[in-house]
Design a protein around this ligand. Structure first.
Ligand code: SF4
Length: 335
């Protein structure tokens, strides 16, 4: 996009998002005690499986890609929503909420003074230090999401370009545990050229990090990703043979692997969060074998129940039985 035609907007000059458009047709979302917000835009990292590196290339010269809203503006936006709709927990959906340490520490002092609300956000392990963890804890943060992606250093840093060591991941886990902040860890399996042992390496690093929920999504090679290019160039993926991409990250791998290998990736995906939370099931060889021999539909069913339960707890979704039933219905309809 030529920069003479387009410059990024000043976030503080934009009107607040028009939530009425959604809430007047979606009572379930309107009545949820958790609502989503963005405190800024953009991410300075270049992970090979994420859209950000391509986005930065496309919009080169259009201004600063990483931008944060002024804290006063953000707090006013939250207040406007709170005055109009049920709101108990703010979900900050920014790529990396703590990207600007000074901004975050300022936010962590002001937010609890102005609101009796909790919040959750996405963070990056290598940015977590004592001050950040303390700031999260003192500002009523009740849960964070972050990612390891792969337990294998080569895959994580040379292939995924994640720029993060295993030590940094474990140190972040230690600090979050020290400050009693529950965390969910994201991972990717079915990576180009990844062997089952490397997927289990990811599982074992997650077990060491002890998250409230550890998830492993299956890699989908969207066009434009550096990782898709890598997979094609190294002969791990043939877009002509496998042109149809799966509709989600939970169904199957479209890498050039055998049907048996594909089944194994799907089973690891389903069992991953269960093993992370109950490592004895993984380390008892006989139990592990029995669990891997269960039919895929049963493992997927177990996964969905486990996932939904942990997510509701992590996001503090405290709702009535009727609301729970409505959420469950919509969840099943979207499977
Ligand atoms: S840190 Fe997260 S948001 Fe940023 S490039 Fe990596 S995956 Fe994308």
């Amino acid at each position: 996009m030529p920069s003479e035609f387009y410059q990024f907007a000043d976030l503080d000059k934009l009107p607040f998002p028009d939530r009425d458009v959604v809430y007047k047709v979606d009572a379930l979302l309107r009545d949820m005690p958790s609502k989503q917000f963005l405190s800024g835009r953009g991410c300075p990292y270049d992970c090979a499986y994420c859209f950000n590196h391509t986005f930065k290339e496309l919009f080169k010269g259009c201004g600063q890609t990483v931008r944060k809203k002024n804290i006063g503006y953000l707090l006013e936006e939250i207040r406007t929503v709170k005055n109009k709709y049920p709101l108990k927990n703010v979900v900050f959906n920014d790529d990396t909420f703590i990207i600007d340490k000074k901004w975050f520490l300022d936010f962590s002092r002001r937010f609890p003074k102005e609101f009796n609300l909790s919040y959750t956000c996405n963070i990056r392990a290598n940015l977590v230090d004592e001050e950040i963890a303390k700031g999260l804890s003192e500002s009523n943060c009740i849960g964070v999401n972050w990612s390891i992606e792969s337990g294998n250093e080569f895959l994580r840093n040379a292939v995924l370009k994640r720029s993060m060591s295993s030590e940094q991941a474990l140190e972040a886990a230690r600090l979050l545990t020290k400050y009693k902040i529950p965390y969910r860890i994201g991972n990717i399996i079915g990576l180009p050229g990844e062997k089952p042992d490397q997927m289990l390496e990811t599982l074992e690093l997650n077990i060491k990090a002890k998250p409230s929920l550890g998830l492993a999504n299956i890699f989908v090679p969207f066009p434009g990703l550096a990782l898709t290019k890598y997979a094609i160039e190294h002969g791990y993926y043939n877009p002509e043979k496998n042109a149809r991409l799966p509709k989600d990250f939970f169904s199957e791998s479209v890498m050039d692997i055998t049907p048996e290998e594909n089944k194994q990736v799907q089973k690891i995906m389903c069992l991953f969060p269960i093993f992370v939370n109950m490592p004895f099931l993984f380390y008892k060889r006989i139990i592990r074998k029995i669990m891997f021999s269960c039919p895929q539909f049963l493992l997927r069913f177990l996964y969905e129940i486990f996932y939904a339960d942990r997510m509701m707890k992590l996001y503090a979704v405290r709702v009535s039985l009727v609301q729970k039933y409505r959420i469950a219905l919509r969840y099943v309809a979207n499977l």
